[in-house]
Design a protein around this ligand. Structure first.
Ligand SMILES: [Zn+2]
Ligand SMILES: [Zn+2]
Length: 266
């Protein structure tokens, strides 16, 4: 009957599957899978995860992942802080986004090294695995947020010309796949270059980020809950400016996901 697999076809399919398994096992024997963070040997990864990070690196990267954090900005907080109201890192900031999901604190050496290596050439597999690791910790919250669209913080077109990959794009692709929602670009555009934020005062930072993003397709953000993605959240001024542009064009809610939160930049 047309469309029905024949016995010979089924046997060949089984044989092909067995061959593939044999080839993969052989390949892994010759080139054992390596941890994308340290290059060390990787024990068998979890079947439900594509995170290629070894147990030792996971431990170093996840120090703050399960500790209580401020729901507004992702900074670690003590057990008695009202996490909804914000912490000393963010209480003065009128953020246009609701919450921040993150893996760690930038000041931890393992996190900082990973963020920096993720930006370099060949950093994509590390970024994808970091996104997977964050999904293991925050995936259920991201799913509960009922996100419709993932939007990476964009680069200015002149920066884009000189970079091979943009870390927020790689993270956004990984979370878009997990959430099974579209990744939107170009939806947000960076209309001018900005100065580095680290040495600017709070007022200068807000001026630096003022109206720096423009929504290029307003119809796509209207009424949507958006996951805004960056690699780090320093003061929150960049994410605030981008979230403000999205909200100004009708987005219902903006939540943020990053690898790391930088502390002490108030
Ligand atoms: Zn490792
Ligand atoms: Zn906070």
């Amino acid at each position: 009957m047309p469309g029905q697999p024949t016995i010979l076809g089924t046997q060949l399919a089984h044989l092909s599957g067995a061959c593939k398994g044999f080839v993969t096992a052989g390949w892994d024997f010759v080139f054992p899978p390596a941890c994308v963070a340290c290059g060390g040997e990787l024990a068998a990864p979890r079947s439900d995860s594509t995170c290629q990070i070894c147990a030792e690196c996971r431990q170093k990267l996840s120090v703050h992942a399960l500790h209580p954090s401020c729901l507004r900005c992702g900074a670690p907080v003590g057990p008695y802080v009202d996490r909804q109201r914000g912490c000393q890192e963010c209480r003065r900031e009128p953020f246009a986004f609701k919450t921040v999901y993150r893996l760690g604190i930038y000041q931890e050496s393992a996190i900082k090294e990973s963020v920096l290596r993720g930006k370099y050439i060949g950093g994509q597999p590390l970024l994808t695995s970091l996104a997977e690791l964050i999904w293991e910790y925050a995936g259920h919250e991201m799913q509960a947020a009922q996100i419709d669209l993932v939007v990476p913080i964009p680069q200015h077109w002149r920066q884009r010309m000189f970079s091979r990959h943009h870390a927020p794009d790689v993270l956004a692709e990984a979370w878009g796949r997990r959430l099974q929602v579209p990744v939107g670009y170009p939806i947000l555009a960076k209309v001018r270059k900005t100065q580095k934020q680290a040495h600017l005062s709070r007022t200068e930072r807000h001026k630096n980020q003022h109206q720096v993003f423009r929504v290029t397709r307003p119809a796509m953000v209207k009424g949507k809950t958006i996951l805004l993605v960056d690699d780090v959240l320093t003061t929150g001024a960049t994410a605030h400016s981008a979230a403000k542009a999205l909200r100004g064009n009708g987005a219902k809610l903006v939540v943020v996901a990053v690898i790391a939160r930088v502390l002490g930049q108030r």
